[in-house]
Write a protein that binds this ligand. Sequence first.
Ligand code: NAD
Length: 262
Amino acid sequence: MSTISHPLASKTAVITGSNSGIGLGIAKELAKAGADVVLNSYTDRDEDHALAAEIGKEHGVTARYIAADLSDGEAARRLVTEAGACDILVNNAGIQHVAPLQDFPTAKWNAIIAINLSSAFHTTAEALPMMRKAGWGRVVNIASAHGLTASPYKSAYIAAKHGIVGLTKTVALETAEEPITANAICPGYVLTPLVEAQIPDTMKEYDMDRETVIRDVMLKRQPSKEFATTEQMGGTCVFLCSDAAAQITGTTISVDGGWTAL
Ligand code: NAD
């Protein structure tokens, strides 16, 4: 296996929330770049393990699936220790709930903060000593355009995503003199199951058909009027793991079709 076409050969990547959507796209691109990958979600189905096996076979890397419910901090920590190695940590798991603040269910607030923010604290705390021992590390947090800007009715999500941008900066400063970087990718809208699930409610709320909801509501703030893709998220992650990005740390990279330029 050539290290030019497989720049991440011999690295192990742990990607949280990677049995679908952006996490899966990132796992595939990291595997294509030669990294061994550990996939994760809270389910423990045959199809989850089969997904990992398929990626391993396609790219000639070791690919495993480890079930861990990241709403539980101890489980998040166990995911990293069970992985055994963690050169690249991608904190991607996330959920969404949309409601006005006064109606926002406390249980949803707690779940979103736990999964979208606190899990990254726990996994990073376990991974940093492993990266230091290995003499190299990359932390890539999947934030959002909503880590930099706000929208109504997404209080917990926006608080968690702004929080993960802050966590990213702190990790970068604590590792600044080491060969470890920490950055956040801020996607605009990417058509994944998480976004797909928001379409029916938005159609009802605005009394619009699917196409109009996509163009005039979801992509209203995305000047390109195109969804970003999971492959683009994976490619950005591979770039952040490359030597070219060794001095990029503590920052955010927007992949949002111009959203945050508005
Ligand atoms: P998705 O629903 O397809 O994927 C979310 C992943 O998280 C899934 O694998 C899911 O199983 C996992 N997950 C959920 N709860 C979990 C738990 N308790 N423990 C472990 N895993 C859990 O959604 P997605 O759109 O791919 O989102 C991935 C990330 O990207 C999220 O952090 C999301 O906030 C962020 N993001 C998405 C978009 C978008 O437009 N899709 C935009 C900006 C940011």
